[in-house]
Design a binder for this molecule. Sequence first.
Ligand code: FE2
Ligand code: FE2
Length: 170
Amino acid sequence: MKLSIEEKQELENIYQSFLHDEKIMRMKDVPMHRGSNCYVHSFRVAKLSIKRAIRHFKGNLKHILIGAILHDYYLYDWRVEKDKKSKHLKSHPRTAIKNAENDFEIDEDIKNIIKTHMWPINFKDFPSSKEARIVTLADKTIAFKESMTSKKFKAKRMDKYLNKITNLFD
Ligand SMILES: [Fe+2]
Ligand SMILES: [Fe+2]
């Protein structure tokens, strides 16, 4: 899929508007995967999803981009909020949808991407669209990479990670 300059710019503008949104920045306070945070994680997933979608000529890129950015928009630390700990894996996609609906305008396709990103852990929520499949796979790739990096190393590299997500297209 070859994007025109205008198409690329439109996606980059959407990406930038989320990246600098104060509501989205709250994800920086949500730790995840050994020293990463939800903000860095989500924009890494968004970048990888768009890269793969373009490479494989797949899907509605705007839906993929927004769905990926918001897929973990649950805004709590399950390690601190003990009542959420046991249910977190299964319930956080629905919490993310609720928060995303409150704070942004999202359509059913985007909700579906968020809802199904934990497949196959949430086995009933199969990612039925190609957009959802791209995001769930990119999420797993990034989560795996984050889990393979040590906590200490990652804390030191946080600035570098933040630098890597400053633009959708490098
Ligand atoms: Fe998640
Ligand atoms: Fe995730």
